[in-house]
Design a binder for this molecule. Structure first.
Ligand SMILES: Nc1nc2c(c(=O)[nH]1)N[C@H]1C(S)=C(S)[C@@H](COP(=O)(O)O)O[C@H]1N2
Ligand SMILES: [Mo]
Length: 306
């Protein structure tokens, strides 16, 4: 057997040790996550690289993040999702990516976990109700998935749908919203590097109440844009119909960018209460992400396009 000594190997063929170890750890993490998803509950670490897009702010506790939730498919009170979502079957799971694309197809969750290296993104989340949290998500850019299906020139918007199974989701039997939960983004918002699909938080697979096994996170918009437990993503020419603007068009617009200057008709949006804190703090334009995203809306009247 011929064994090449290191000096014979051209430098371009040598994988730096760090990169190699990293790659191996990512593969192991992917396998562990798949097992956890298949097994339903097993706690398994999701290895994620820290991302430069993270805020330096201290995250909320795992307890806060997993016990104070909005997920109306499981009821409308903050404790309902943690209590009732444990019946959600997260495996098998797949997401259809269809519409105005050259290569539309269905992706199994196992494939989605491998689309791009997983990153830890510590993001602020501002709910339209006036509270906020800081959450250490694990995910990857939505753009990485969309590029795989090759959007065509008619793909101006992206529509998203959650699972709506009354067998697993008791809230779907009620009429609070028109199911399935629907959301949408303009294509440039969807392709923005801050927009991620989250598959975990605090280094573990996503708890069911937070939208397992895969949910959207758009940190500069009100929390309701960050749709949970996604089963369908459609590229389309028309602006998508969304659950909240259908339920109440004067209160919830399509854009829903966090904006302290545009009040909700029934309450001010100027301040927020960070869960775990006592005093309210000022809400920042675009939830503090103005530097990164304000350019997407240049020339638009943000009172009209709220
Ligand atoms: N499918 C679905 N997605 C949803 C919701 C919902 O009721 N159903 N609630 C939204 C709202 S109002 C908020 S504030 C966030 C909350 O996410 P979290 O519970 O993980 O903090 O999820 C959003 N995504
Ligand atoms: Mo929300």
């Amino acid at each position: 057997m011929l064994i090449r000594s290191p000096v014979d190997v051209p430098p371009s063929e040598i994988t730096p040790r760090e990169v190699y170890l990293d790659r191996r750890r990512f593969m192991q993490a992917g396998a562990a996550a798949t097992l956890a998803l298949l097994g339903g509950n097993a706690a398994a670490g999701l290895l994620a690289k820290p991302s430069p897009w993270s805020t330096g702010e201290a995250p909320n506790s795992r307890k806060d993040i997993t016990s104070y939730n909005n997920f109306y498919e499981f009821g409308t009170s903050k404790s309902d999702p943690a209590d009732s979502a444990q019946t959600l079957r997260t495996a098998p799971w797949s997401v259809v990516v269809e519409g105005e694309a050259g290569k539309p197809r269905r992706f199994a969750i196992e494939e989605l976990l491998k689309i791009a290296p997983l990153e830890e993104r510590v993001y602020r989340l501002r709910c339209v109700e006036g509270w906020s949290m800081v959450i250490p998500w694990v995910g990857f850019p939505l753009a990485s998935l969309l590029r795989l299906v090759e959007p065509n020139s008619r793909a101006k918007f992206v529509a998203f749908e959650s699972l709506a199974d009354p067998q697993q989701m008791p809230g779907v039997k009620s009429r609070v919203l028109d199911w399935p939960y629907r959301e949408g983004l303009r294509i440039d918002e969807a392709m923005h590097p801050l927009t991620i699909l989250a598959v975990g938080l605090y280094g573990d697979v996503l708890p069911r109440q937070n939208g397992a096994p895969i949910r959207l996170v758009v940190p500069w918009k009100y929390g309701f844009k960050s749709i949970k437990s996604i089963v369908r993503i459609r590229l389309q020419e028309a602006q998508p119909v969304t659950s909240w603007s259908t339920a109440n068009p004067s209160e919830y617009g399509f854009y829903s960018n966090v904006n302290p200057d545009v009040d909700h008709p029934r309450w001010s949006q100027a301040t927020e209460r960070r869960i775990g804190e006592f005093f309210r703090r000022k809400t920042l334009p675009f939830n503090g992400y103005a530097e990164q995203v304000a350019g997407l809306y240049r020339g638009m009247d943000l009172r009209r396009f709220f």
